[in-house]
Design a protein around this ligand. Structure first.
Ligand SMILES: [Zn+2]
Length: 71
């Protein structure tokens, strides 16, 4: 019985680790065709969020939930 439960517990740990990583680790990708002046447009490949930044580099946090009703 214990031997049967071990793979299940392991799968749950991997699932939650992967899930947390997905929430925290947005993969921003610059879309230069949608830049607005000095604002750089970034799109998250992980959750589909879109964000504009005025500084160099992608946004540090995920904007999911703030973007709008589309999704
Ligand atoms: Zn994201």
């Amino acid at each position: 019985m214990v031997l049967f439960l071990l793979p299940v517990a392991f799968a749950l740990v991997v699932y939650f680790a992967w899930r947390n990583k997905g929430v925290r680790g947005c993969r921003w990708r610059a879309d230069r065709s949608r830049d607005k002046g000095s604002l750089r447009m970034y799109r998250c490949m992980a959750c589909g969020a879109e964000a504009f930044t005025a500084s160099k580099g992608p946004p540090d946090s995920c904007k999911k939930g703030l973007g709008g009703p589309s999704l």
